[in-house]
Write a protein of this length. Sequence first.
Lengths: 223, 171, 404
Amino acid sequence: MEVERRTLREKQVAARDLLRGDLEGEDLERYVEERVLTTTFEKMIDVARANSIFPLTFGLACCAIEGIPMAAVTSRYDIARFGAEAGRASPRQADLMVLSGRVSVKMAPIIRRLYDQMLEPKWVMAMGACSSSGGMFANYAVLQGADKFLPVDIYVPGCPPRPEAVLYGFVKLQHQIIGNADQGWRQRYDAYGTEEWARGGPRSEPSPEAARAYEEARELSLA
Amino acid sequence: MPDAPGLELIRGEIDRDCPGAVLATSFDRGQAALIVDPERVLEALRWLKDEPGQRYDFLSSLHAADYLPAEPRFGVHYELINRDRVERVRVKAMLADPGEELPEIDSCVELFPTAEAQERETYDFFGIVFRGHPNLTRILMPDDYVGWPQRRDFPVGGEPVTFTYSEQRFD
Amino acid sequence: MTDAAVSTELGLGEDRTKEVMTVNVGPHHPATHGVLRLVVDLEGEIVRELRPVIGYVHTGIEKSCEDKSYWKVIPFVERMDYVSYFFQMEAYCGAVERLIDLEIPPRAKYLRTLFLELNRIHSHLVWLGTTALDLGAISMLWYCFRERDKILDLFEMATGQRMHTRYFQVGGVIEDIPLGFEAKCRAFAEEMPVRVGQYQDLLDRNEVFLSRTKGTGIVSRERLLELGVTGPLLRAAGEPWDLRKVFDYLAYPEVEFKIPVGTVGDNYDRYRVRVAEMVESARIVEQCLDALPEGPFIADDRKYVLPPRSELSTSMESLIHHFKLVTEGYRVAPGEVYYSIEGPRGELGCFVLADGSAKPARVHFRDPSFVNLQAFREMALGSYVADMIASLGMLDPILGGVDR
């Protein structure tokens, strides 16, 4: 579809004519075409959701000081520019749970209960190395990764990740919500087939070779 | 802290008042320690706290250490401070592992109320029972946890890292 | 109408307003600083009994430390009390230096003191921001974190990381401060008292703040001493006990600073003591910059300290030392040491037991928040829930240190 660009003066004249009720026929149709955007209802809702996420004010440990409850909210790394400064303490009113810190064995059932209390749609960001995969603490007291009991949408590595990294992860999450998770790079680099087989999620069937190789690798490491 | 002769003076005086409570003294790397008999630890602590010349009335820390494979296995440490003369002294009580049951020692909560949470923590991590403690339950681990994590023969835990299918490829 | 009359009017039988209700101020709560769980027995709004339940961020750091060589323990212990990370590094490195009897050079002493005091200001800023937020003075969070970001810029300039910098090593510090650091730090130290003055203008004589903090959460000085409480809580109650003045360590004997001491011991005194400490710490930072001596920033003993990288390509001996230190680490003769310093919350002590191998046999931290939490019950009993929250803020617990 070609778009004919008109000068500002022409557009102003057309606007004046509309207000006077003088635009007719083809001019009127063209005027409307220039100003109306059609989309689907779902997409619009997704865009609205992405740009007004309410994070759950939930900090576990060190990452909380650098992450969503604290540094990312304050003036230098403002998260309000992404529409997410309204942190809600109650899980019933929150959309995004940021697991900022190490998940200890005693805390895990509570986090699971908080997650269950959140209403759909909800997202989880595993911030920092400890909630992504246990971090440096490979011992009896820390769960090796929050994805052992929660579905995690985005992982932000770092110990602790800089607030800019958290915001980058946040923006990536926004892209996921809008439906454009990989932003076209799989197509650009012809990288279909490299998706890791994760738990659930769309297009997540592993190929038989991948599944077999995974099982063998697991056996090797547990032997 | 009291230097080596000062420590021996303290030992001499405490031997005079509570004979047999102190088993040995140790002055290592500038820190003075009295090794006491675990059955008489309350007596020694009370003497150190109340005796007019000593007055070590601030318990800075109560913790334990597992000296495996040396026997006796557990050492309960009391770090005491005299705030007027600014001196530190350590009291160590060595407990042996009775095998099936848990080692026991008297609780010093009446002398030093600060010991309440610290004794619970020692119980939680080593399984050392403090007789007379008002509420000896686990404090940091979940209530139904089995095992004494800080003992030397308790494994560190964690799990092996599993890689995905690429591990086979780059073997 | 009296409460009893209301109860009978509504046909409730006995006086229901005297019923005691147990409420769980759970681990997830906007006002608990971290994952602290309080089981509170409330009679109306008055707190009758309070039981803190902790352990929700227990990380087993002390156990993990037994598995690592002495050098590798440093990043682990940093992450205990995650707001005052330099203090944990200093407690551990100081303990190990006493175990191996290693003397650190004077420049390292001053650098360590400088960073410790910057970290103290950082910790107090985080405390002030979050506590004022809890009490309703919401904009204080943004002002305090603006200053905090400046301190973190200084840390990043010197060490490369904002938090958990791994800067102190056994024997000194890992790297010297870069060019431009001194000017930036001096500018910050000059600006800090001005900013603190602005915070005081906001809060000191604010009627709401005063009515929430004056006269609440009082525990007597003797009771605090019995409970083992140290730090600004004890100083607010009138006891001038500060380990920096009492046990001379690092460069504290050579710098001049005052210790703010309160009178009554209520929440307002605690607030004033910490705010005054921020100003004193800025003074110490300036004095350290003025008196920073030239010289090496880490000890020379290659048995325990990594050689500089520039030597690795020329000297075979350095290469061997480096290899040995990085793979196995150094062995420490059997012995035990308890070393304590004054952290922003109180006495932070580190106990290291060495058994002759390259890994410590026991590393235990006497964390100030863990011991101070025992005083919380006495602060909150008999007062309203709102006063309990104010006391919790002024108590300044950091649950990473409490749970380790």
